[in-house]
Design a protein around this ligand. Structure first.
Ligand code: NAI
Length: 329
Protein backbone atom coordinates (compact mmCIF):
# COMPACT_ATOMS: atom_id res chain seq x y z
CA UNK A 1 0.00 0.00 0.00
CA UNK A 2 1.21 3.52 -0.77
CA UNK A 3 0.51 6.29 1.75
CA UNK A 4 -0.99 9.50 0.41
CA UNK A 5 -2.48 12.55 2.08
CA UNK A 6 -6.09 13.29 1.19
CA UNK A 7 -7.31 16.89 1.50
CA UNK A 8 -11.08 17.03 0.74
CA UNK A 9 -11.21 20.85 0.91
CA UNK A 10 -14.33 22.99 0.47
CA UNK A 11 -17.52 23.20 -1.61
CA UNK A 12 -17.73 20.26 -4.01
CA UNK A 13 -14.34 19.02 -2.72
CA UNK A 14 -15.60 16.31 -0.33
CA UNK A 15 -18.14 15.05 -2.93
CA UNK A 16 -15.60 14.59 -5.73
CA UNK A 17 -12.89 13.26 -3.37
CA UNK A 18 -15.32 10.55 -2.22
CA UNK A 19 -16.10 9.59 -5.81
CA UNK A 20 -12.41 9.53 -6.81
CA UNK A 21 -11.39 7.35 -3.84
CA UNK A 22 -14.15 4.86 -4.68
CA UNK A 23 -12.86 4.60 -8.26
CA UNK A 24 -9.21 4.36 -7.14
CA UNK A 25 -10.09 1.51 -4.78
CA UNK A 26 -12.14 -0.36 -7.40
CA UNK A 27 -9.26 0.01 -9.87
CA UNK A 28 -6.88 -1.60 -7.38
CA UNK A 29 -4.72 1.47 -6.73
CA UNK A 30 -3.85 0.08 -3.30
CA UNK A 31 -3.55 3.42 -1.51
CA UNK A 32 -3.66 4.20 2.19
CA UNK A 33 -5.41 7.56 2.64
CA UNK A 34 -4.46 9.93 5.47
CA UNK A 35 -7.25 12.50 5.51
CA UNK A 36 -6.64 16.05 6.79
CA UNK A 37 -8.62 19.27 6.88
CA UNK A 38 -7.74 22.31 4.84
CA UNK A 39 -9.38 25.59 3.78
CA UNK A 40 -12.64 27.12 4.97
CA UNK A 41 -13.83 23.75 6.32
CA UNK A 42 -10.74 23.55 8.50
CA UNK A 43 -11.09 27.18 9.59
CA UNK A 44 -14.66 26.51 10.71
CA UNK A 45 -13.54 23.38 12.61
CA UNK A 46 -10.35 24.58 14.31
CA UNK A 47 -9.74 28.24 13.42
CA UNK A 48 -6.87 27.44 11.04
CA UNK A 49 -6.86 27.36 7.23
CA UNK A 50 -3.87 25.00 7.08
CA UNK A 51 -3.43 23.25 10.46
CA UNK A 52 0.10 22.30 11.49
CA UNK A 53 -0.79 18.58 11.43
CA UNK A 54 -1.86 18.90 7.77
CA UNK A 55 1.52 20.43 6.88
CA UNK A 56 3.33 17.74 8.89
CA UNK A 57 1.43 14.97 7.09
CA UNK A 58 2.26 16.40 3.65
CA UNK A 59 5.90 16.72 4.73
CA UNK A 60 5.88 13.10 5.91
CA UNK A 61 4.07 11.39 3.03
CA UNK A 62 5.20 13.78 0.25
CA UNK A 63 2.23 13.10 -2.03
CA UNK A 64 -1.24 14.62 -1.65
CA UNK A 65 -4.52 14.55 -3.52
CA UNK A 66 -6.36 17.79 -2.86
CA UNK A 67 -9.92 18.99 -3.39
CA UNK A 68 -10.49 22.67 -4.18
CA UNK A 69 -10.55 25.31 -1.46
CA UNK A 70 -12.53 28.53 -1.26
CA UNK A 71 -10.70 31.87 -1.21
CA UNK A 72 -12.71 35.02 -0.45
CA UNK A 73 -12.74 37.45 -3.40
CA UNK A 74 -11.57 41.04 -2.79
CA UNK A 75 -11.14 40.57 0.97
CA UNK A 76 -9.98 38.18 3.70
CA UNK A 77 -7.00 35.82 3.85
CA UNK A 78 -4.38 34.93 1.24
CA UNK A 79 -5.23 31.87 -0.86
CA UNK A 80 -4.59 28.52 0.85
CA UNK A 81 -3.35 27.22 -2.50
CA UNK A 82 -0.75 29.98 -2.77
CA UNK A 83 0.37 29.32 0.82
CA UNK A 84 0.66 25.56 0.24
CA UNK A 85 2.66 26.09 -2.95
CA UNK A 86 5.04 28.41 -1.09
CA UNK A 87 5.28 26.17 2.00
CA UNK A 88 6.59 23.23 -0.08
CA UNK A 89 8.20 25.26 -2.88
CA UNK A 90 5.91 23.61 -5.44
CA UNK A 91 7.34 25.63 -8.28
CA UNK A 92 5.72 23.78 -11.20
CA UNK A 93 2.03 23.81 -11.99
CA UNK A 94 1.60 21.21 -14.73
CA UNK A 95 -1.73 21.23 -16.56
CA UNK A 96 -2.24 18.82 -19.46
CA UNK A 97 -5.42 19.08 -21.58
CA UNK A 98 -6.49 17.10 -24.62
CA UNK A 99 -9.56 16.73 -26.81
CA UNK A 100 -12.05 13.97 -26.08
CA UNK A 101 -13.84 12.79 -29.20
CA UNK A 102 -17.52 13.13 -28.33
CA UNK A 103 -17.15 15.82 -25.69
CA UNK A 104 -14.76 18.55 -26.79
CA UNK A 105 -15.86 21.36 -29.13
CA UNK A 106 -12.29 21.41 -30.46
CA UNK A 107 -11.12 18.03 -31.71
CA UNK A 108 -7.40 18.68 -32.06
CA UNK A 109 -6.11 19.96 -28.73
CA UNK A 110 -3.19 18.30 -26.98
CA UNK A 111 -1.49 20.98 -24.91
CA UNK A 112 0.51 20.90 -21.69
CA UNK A 113 0.70 24.18 -19.78
CA UNK A 114 3.72 24.61 -17.50
CA UNK A 115 2.85 27.46 -15.15
CA UNK A 116 5.35 29.11 -12.79
CA UNK A 117 3.83 28.63 -9.35
CA UNK A 118 5.71 30.76 -6.81
CA UNK A 119 5.96 34.39 -7.90
CA UNK A 120 4.58 37.00 -10.35
CA UNK A 121 1.53 38.89 -9.01
CA UNK A 122 0.69 35.91 -6.76
CA UNK A 123 3.16 37.08 -4.11
CA UNK A 124 0.19 39.21 -3.06
CA UNK A 125 2.16 42.40 -2.33
CA UNK A 126 -0.31 45.23 -2.77
CA UNK A 127 0.29 48.74 -1.49
CA UNK A 128 -2.00 51.68 -0.98
CA UNK A 129 -1.10 54.72 -3.06
CA UNK A 130 -2.84 58.04 -3.52
CA UNK A 131 -6.24 57.33 -5.10
CA UNK A 132 -5.81 53.55 -5.22
CA UNK A 133 -3.47 50.59 -4.94
CA UNK A 134 -0.50 49.10 -6.74
CA UNK A 135 0.51 45.42 -6.90
CA UNK A 136 4.02 44.01 -7.26
CA UNK A 137 4.77 41.56 -10.08
CA UNK A 138 7.94 39.65 -9.18
CA UNK A 139 9.97 37.79 -11.81
CA UNK A 140 13.39 36.50 -10.70
CA UNK A 141 16.12 34.64 -12.56
CA UNK A 142 16.16 31.50 -10.32
CA UNK A 143 12.38 30.99 -10.47
CA UNK A 144 12.30 31.76 -14.20
CA UNK A 145 15.21 29.47 -15.06
CA UNK A 146 13.88 26.46 -13.19
CA UNK A 147 10.38 26.66 -14.71
CA UNK A 148 11.69 27.17 -18.24
CA UNK A 149 14.16 24.34 -17.82
CA UNK A 150 11.35 22.13 -16.46
CA UNK A 151 9.24 22.91 -19.58
CA UNK A 152 12.07 21.95 -21.94
CA UNK A 153 12.92 18.81 -19.94
CA UNK A 154 9.23 17.85 -19.94
CA UNK A 155 9.10 18.32 -23.71
CA UNK A 156 12.27 16.28 -24.20
CA UNK A 157 11.13 13.41 -21.97
CA UNK A 158 7.61 13.27 -23.39
CA UNK A 159 8.45 13.44 -27.07
CA UNK A 160 7.02 16.93 -27.47
CA UNK A 161 8.36 19.07 -30.31
CA UNK A 162 7.70 22.71 -29.44
CA UNK A 163 7.72 24.96 -26.36
CA UNK A 164 5.94 28.33 -26.53
CA UNK A 165 6.78 31.05 -24.03
CA UNK A 166 3.86 33.33 -23.08
CA UNK A 167 4.63 36.92 -22.02
CA UNK A 168 3.77 40.60 -22.32
CA UNK A 169 7.33 41.80 -22.82
CA UNK A 170 6.21 44.57 -25.17
CA UNK A 171 4.73 46.38 -22.15
CA UNK A 172 6.53 44.78 -19.16
CA UNK A 173 9.95 45.17 -20.69
CA UNK A 174 11.96 44.30 -17.57
CA UNK A 175 9.95 41.61 -15.76
CA UNK A 176 8.38 39.73 -18.70
CA UNK A 177 11.40 40.86 -20.73
CA UNK A 178 13.60 38.83 -18.36
CA UNK A 179 11.29 35.78 -18.62
CA UNK A 180 11.50 35.90 -22.43
CA UNK A 181 15.26 36.55 -22.48
CA UNK A 182 15.97 33.53 -20.23
CA UNK A 183 13.58 31.43 -22.34
CA UNK A 184 15.55 32.24 -25.50
CA UNK A 185 18.86 31.53 -23.79
CA UNK A 186 17.79 28.21 -22.22
CA UNK A 187 16.18 27.12 -25.52
CA UNK A 188 19.69 26.96 -27.01
CA UNK A 189 20.43 24.02 -24.68
CA UNK A 190 17.61 22.03 -26.35
CA UNK A 191 18.28 22.12 -30.12
CA UNK A 192 15.84 19.24 -30.74
CA UNK A 193 12.88 21.35 -29.49
CA UNK A 194 11.43 24.29 -31.42
CA UNK A 195 11.23 27.45 -29.29
CA UNK A 196 8.38 29.85 -29.94
CA UNK A 197 7.00 32.87 -28.10
CA UNK A 198 3.72 34.74 -28.11
CA UNK A 199 2.35 37.83 -26.41
CA UNK A 200 -0.48 36.77 -24.08
CA UNK A 201 -3.29 38.56 -25.93
CA UNK A 202 -2.28 37.07 -29.27
CA UNK A 203 -1.86 33.68 -27.55
CA UNK A 204 -5.51 33.73 -26.44
CA UNK A 205 -6.65 34.31 -30.02
CA UNK A 206 -4.22 31.71 -31.38
CA UNK A 207 -5.51 29.07 -28.95
CA UNK A 208 -9.12 29.66 -29.97
CA UNK A 209 -8.34 29.71 -33.72
CA UNK A 210 -5.44 27.25 -34.12
CA UNK A 211 -5.03 25.15 -30.97
CA UNK A 212 -3.48 22.30 -32.98
CA UNK A 213 -0.36 24.42 -33.51
CA UNK A 214 0.53 24.37 -29.79
CA UNK A 215 2.29 21.71 -27.79
CA UNK A 216 3.97 22.73 -24.50
CA UNK A 217 3.37 26.25 -23.12
CA UNK A 218 5.46 27.88 -20.41
CA UNK A 219 4.21 30.98 -18.64
CA UNK A 220 4.58 33.20 -15.59
CA UNK A 221 2.00 32.51 -12.88
CA UNK A 222 -0.93 34.75 -13.91
CA UNK A 223 -0.88 34.10 -17.67
CA UNK A 224 -0.52 30.36 -16.94
CA UNK A 225 -3.55 30.47 -14.65
CA UNK A 226 -5.74 32.25 -17.19
CA UNK A 227 -4.62 30.33 -20.25
CA UNK A 228 -5.13 26.93 -18.64
CA UNK A 229 -8.79 27.77 -17.92
CA UNK A 230 -9.13 28.88 -21.54
CA UNK A 231 -7.69 25.57 -22.73
CA UNK A 232 -10.01 23.71 -20.34
CA UNK A 233 -12.87 25.43 -22.18
CA UNK A 234 -11.56 24.16 -25.52
CA UNK A 235 -11.66 20.53 -24.41
CA UNK A 236 -14.95 20.42 -22.52
CA UNK A 237 -14.72 22.57 -19.41
CA UNK A 238 -13.31 22.75 -15.93
CA UNK A 239 -14.89 19.45 -14.93
CA UNK A 240 -12.30 17.58 -17.00
CA UNK A 241 -8.81 19.00 -16.58
CA UNK A 242 -6.24 18.15 -13.90
CA UNK A 243 -3.21 19.88 -12.47
CA UNK A 244 -0.10 18.87 -10.54
CA UNK A 245 1.84 21.14 -8.19
CA UNK A 246 5.37 19.79 -8.18
CA UNK A 247 8.44 20.61 -6.12
CA UNK A 248 11.69 18.76 -5.64
CA UNK A 249 10.34 16.85 -2.63
CA UNK A 250 6.54 17.14 -2.43
CA UNK A 251 3.78 16.83 -5.05
CA UNK A 252 0.15 17.91 -4.65
CA UNK A 253 -2.40 16.86 -7.28
CA UNK A 254 -5.69 18.67 -7.81
CA UNK A 255 -8.30 19.68 -10.38
CA UNK A 256 -7.82 23.02 -12.14
CA UNK A 257 -11.30 24.11 -11.04
CA UNK A 258 -12.38 25.72 -7.77
CA UNK A 259 -14.84 24.80 -5.05
CA UNK A 260 -17.89 25.55 -7.27
CA UNK A 261 -20.10 26.96 -4.47
CA UNK A 262 -22.99 27.28 -6.94
CA UNK A 263 -23.39 23.48 -7.14
CA UNK A 264 -21.87 22.35 -3.79
CA UNK A 265 -23.94 19.85 -1.83
CA UNK A 266 -26.21 19.03 -4.79
CA UNK A 267 -24.46 15.79 -5.75
CA UNK A 268 -24.03 16.88 -9.38
CA UNK A 269 -20.33 17.83 -9.54
CA UNK A 270 -18.17 16.20 -12.18
CA UNK A 271 -15.41 14.17 -10.47
CA UNK A 272 -13.35 13.61 -13.67
CA UNK A 273 -10.92 16.53 -13.31
CA UNK A 274 -9.88 15.32 -9.86
CA UNK A 275 -9.83 11.73 -11.12
CA UNK A 276 -7.46 12.77 -13.92
CA UNK A 277 -5.32 14.48 -11.25
CA UNK A 278 -5.35 11.21 -9.31
CA UNK A 279 -4.09 9.47 -12.48
CA UNK A 280 -1.20 11.95 -12.65
CA UNK A 281 -0.53 11.09 -9.00
CA UNK A 282 -0.56 7.35 -9.76
CA UNK A 283 2.03 7.91 -12.51
CA UNK A 284 4.11 9.98 -10.09
CA UNK A 285 4.21 7.09 -7.62
CA UNK A 286 4.93 4.52 -10.33
CA UNK A 287 1.45 2.98 -10.67
CA UNK A 288 1.26 3.69 -14.40
CA UNK A 289 -0.81 0.60 -15.22
CA UNK A 290 -3.60 1.60 -12.81
CA UNK A 291 -3.50 5.18 -14.15
CA UNK A 292 -3.90 3.83 -17.69
CA UNK A 293 -6.78 1.57 -16.65
CA UNK A 294 -8.65 4.52 -15.09
CA UNK A 295 -7.91 6.86 -18.01
CA UNK A 296 -9.29 4.27 -20.44
CA UNK A 297 -12.43 3.91 -18.32
CA UNK A 298 -12.90 7.71 -18.28
CA UNK A 299 -12.51 7.95 -22.06
CA UNK A 300 -14.86 5.02 -22.67
CA UNK A 301 -17.52 6.57 -20.40
CA UNK A 302 -17.22 10.00 -22.04
CA UNK A 303 -17.12 8.68 -25.59
CA UNK A 304 -20.21 6.54 -24.92
CA UNK A 305 -21.94 9.65 -23.53
CA UNK A 306 -22.70 7.49 -20.49
CA UNK A 307 -24.08 9.16 -17.32
CA UNK A 308 -22.73 12.63 -18.13
CA UNK A 309 -23.07 15.36 -15.51
CA UNK A 310 -24.73 18.71 -16.29
CA UNK A 311 -21.46 20.52 -17.14
CA UNK A 312 -20.96 17.93 -19.92
CA UNK A 313 -24.48 18.33 -21.26
CA UNK A 314 -26.12 15.45 -19.36
CA UNK A 315 -28.24 15.16 -16.23
CA UNK A 316 -26.46 12.44 -14.23
CA UNK A 317 -25.41 12.77 -10.60
CA UNK A 318 -21.84 12.44 -9.33
CA UNK A 319 -22.72 8.94 -8.10
CA UNK A 320 -24.16 7.85 -11.46
CA UNK A 321 -21.04 9.04 -13.32
CA UNK A 322 -18.84 7.37 -10.70
CA UNK A 323 -20.65 4.06 -11.19
CA UNK A 324 -20.44 4.37 -15.00
CA UNK A 325 -16.66 4.83 -14.81
CA UNK A 326 -16.36 1.86 -12.44
CA UNK A 327 -18.39 -0.28 -14.85
CA UNK A 328 -15.85 0.57 -17.58
CA UNK A 329 -12.73 -0.26 -15.57
P1 NAI B 1 -14.96 27.34 -10.02
O1 NAI B 1 -13.94 26.62 -10.82
O2 NAI B 1 -15.22 26.85 -8.64
O3 NAI B 1 -16.35 27.33 -10.81
C1 NAI B 1 -16.53 27.92 -12.11
C2 NAI B 1 -17.75 27.29 -12.79
O4 NAI B 1 -17.44 25.96 -13.18
C3 NAI B 1 -18.95 27.18 -11.86
O5 NAI B 1 -20.14 27.41 -12.60
C4 NAI B 1 -18.92 25.73 -11.37
O6 NAI B 1 -20.17 25.21 -11.02
C5 NAI B 1 -18.32 25.03 -12.56
N1 NAI B 1 -17.52 23.86 -12.14
C6 NAI B 1 -16.29 23.89 -11.58
N2 NAI B 1 -15.89 22.65 -11.27
C7 NAI B 1 -16.90 21.82 -11.64
C8 NAI B 1 -17.08 20.41 -11.58
N3 NAI B 1 -16.15 19.58 -11.08
N4 NAI B 1 -18.24 19.89 -12.02
C9 NAI B 1 -19.19 20.67 -12.55
N5 NAI B 1 -19.07 22.03 -12.66
C10 NAI B 1 -17.94 22.59 -12.20
O7 NAI B 1 -14.52 28.87 -10.01
P2 NAI B 1 -15.06 30.11 -9.15
O8 NAI B 1 -16.54 30.02 -9.01
O9 NAI B 1 -14.46 31.27 -9.81
O10 NAI B 1 -14.37 29.93 -7.73
C11 NAI B 1 -15.01 29.38 -6.59
C12 NAI B 1 -14.01 29.32 -5.45
O11 NAI B 1 -12.98 28.36 -5.76
C13 NAI B 1 -13.29 30.63 -5.15
O12 NAI B 1 -13.22 30.78 -3.75
C14 NAI B 1 -11.90 30.43 -5.74
O13 NAI B 1 -10.93 31.20 -5.08
C15 NAI B 1 -11.70 28.95 -5.51
N6 NAI B 1 -10.73 28.32 -6.41
C16 NAI B 1 -9.95 27.33 -5.88
C17 NAI B 1 -9.06 26.64 -6.65
C18 NAI B 1 -8.28 25.55 -6.03
O14 NAI B 1 -8.51 25.19 -4.88
N7 NAI B 1 -7.33 24.96 -6.73
C19 NAI B 1 -8.89 26.95 -8.09
C20 NAI B 1 -9.80 27.96 -8.57
C21 NAI B 1 -10.66 28.62 -7.74
Amino acid sequence: MTDIVLLPGDGIGPEIVKSVCTILDKAGADLCYHTYDIGQTSYDNCGKLIPEETLEAIKKYKVALKGPVTTPVGKGFRSVNVNLRLAFDLYVNLRPAYSIQNISKYKNVDIVTVRENTEDLYIGEEHEIENGFEAIKRITIPATDRIIRYAFEYAKNNNRKKVTCIHKANILKNSDGLFLKRFKEIALEYPEITPDDKIIDNMCMQLVMYPEKYDVLVAPNLYGDIISDLIAGLVGGLGLVPGANLGTDVAIFEAVHGSAPDIAGKGIANPIALLQAACMMLEHIGKNDIAKKITNAILKTLNNGQSLTKDLGGSATTLELTNAIISNL
